[in-house]
Ligand binder design. Structure first.
Ligand SMILES: *Cc1c(COP(=O)(O)O)cnc(C)c1O
Length: 386
């Protein structure tokens, strides 16, 4: 027996792990101090918790120093701070940025804003498998280029860009490299030093932590990344991000990452096995089904599936006790087909036939079997009607 509704939308957000909640709880009550008020024990307790979390988080992403972590409200804020921060700090040096058409809106819209501010931006078109062509990236670099921003795992189609190769290319060319790692953190290996990443965005709520807590990694040496601050005020976070620290959120973010890293290998295997089973089960009922994006270079748990001839909206109604998403949660409210799917070459019709299944830590094999059975039933009904 499975409990419905079933949650298969873990790319939109995840349930906070009870172990994370437990770690956060004392900082709402007993240790409620302001981390900046270190003249007394209340503040010092909060400050210590924040600094412990900073060390844990820095180690978890391979940073050279905890001082390279700026805590933020999430990946949207981190993307804004990274891209605008570098653009305005390096304006003397150049005015050109490079990104990709399949980035999250937090990156795309920030880049479009900078275009209005007089910067020029190259939006690379990915190949049909969702990966960008490194030769094309290299060709796009000019002597005015200051920043390349390419995400690690895509939130809609799950494709993992070769961040290490992009980092190496940018490092060789002396150009700063930012990556939005919101969807890959804790799921696949990620190391800012090994991958030559200069700035990286993260959010807790995609890794079984709380909403509205995140971080930006900003390299402090070889090279030190200049950043124009975007939030003026009390000078928290080394002046990079003013505002009273979200102590509970920060504690939750670090705990969430710690748990993911403890379980990273077997959880990846488990999610990949469940995804393969789901795909095989669906294919048995609809042989024309196809997976969007690269078949193997993808974040575990994500299946963006195209059901040719079937409207994603009616399929979602048919699977009404299964929470999935058409396109991305960040773009709901728009009836337009997903820009990510269009960028990898899907027609409007195929994009409108796509659903994203996002499996995560709390999903089970029994749920996968239930969803396969529900889909088979949907197909039987559709054939009878058709
Ligand atoms: C979820 C997500 C974001 C936005 O993160 P928030 O913390 O919700 O602001 C940005 N980029 C990617 C790739 C995401 O998946």
């Amino acid at each position: 027996m499975v409990r419905t509704p079933i949650y298969f939308d873990n790319n939109a957000t995840t349930r906070t792990d009870p172990r994370v909640v437990e770690a956060m709880l004392p900082y709402f009550s007993e240790f409620f101090g302001n981390a900046a008020s270190t003249t007394h024990a209340f503040g010092r307790k909060a400050h210590q918790a924040v600094e412990k979390a900073r060390t844990t988080f820095a180690k978890g992403i391979g940073a050279a120093s905890p001082a390279e972590i700026v805590f933020t409200s999430g990946a949207t804020e981190s993307d804004n701070l990274a891209i605008k921060g570098v653009a305005y700090a390096c304006r003397e040096k150049g005015d050109h940025l490079i990104t990709c058409l399949t980035e999250h809106k937090a990156v795309l819209d920030t880049c479009k804003y900078l275009e209005h501010e007089g910067f020029s931006v190259t939006f690379l078109k990915p190949q049909p498998d969702g990966l960008i062509d490194l030769a094309e990236l290299e060709q796009a670099i000019t002597d005015r280029t200051i920043l390349v921003s390419i995400m690690h795992a895509n939130n809609e189609i799950g494709v993992l860009q070769d961040v290490a190769a992009i980092g190496k290319l940018c490092r060789d060319k002396g150009i700063l490299f930012h990556t939005d790692a919101a969807q890959s953190l804790g799921k696949v290996p990620f190391d800012v030093q090994a991958m030559n990443v200069d700035l990286a965005s993260f959010t807790a709520h995609k890794i079984y932590g709380p909403k509205n807590a995140g971080a930006l990694y900003v390299r402090k040496s070889d090279p030190a990344v200049p950043l124009a601050l975007q939030m003026h005020g009390g000078g928290h976070e080394g002046g990079m991000r003013s505002g009273t620290l979200n102590v509970t959120g920060i504690v939750g973010l670090a705990k969430a990452l710690e748990l993911c890293l403890q379980e990273i290998d077997w959880e990846r295997e488990r999610l990949e096995a469940m995804c393969q089973r789901l795909l095989a089960g669906f294919k048995a009922a609809l042989p024309g089904l196809c997976l969007n994006g690269h078949p193997t270079r993808r974040a575990p748990g994500n299946l963006s599936l195209c059901f040719p001839g079937i409207d994603a909206g009616s399929l979602m109604l048919g699977l009404h006790d299964v929470a999935v998403s058409a396109g991305s949660a960040c773009n709901t409210g728009s009836a337009a087909p997903s820009y990510v799917l269009k960028a990898i070459g899907l027609s409007d019709a195929l994009a409108r036939s796509t659903l994203r299944f996002g499996l995560g830590r709390f999903n089970t094999e029994a749920e996968v079997e239930y969803v396969i059975a529900r889909f088979a039933e949907f197909m039987r009904r559709a054939r009878r009607k058709g």
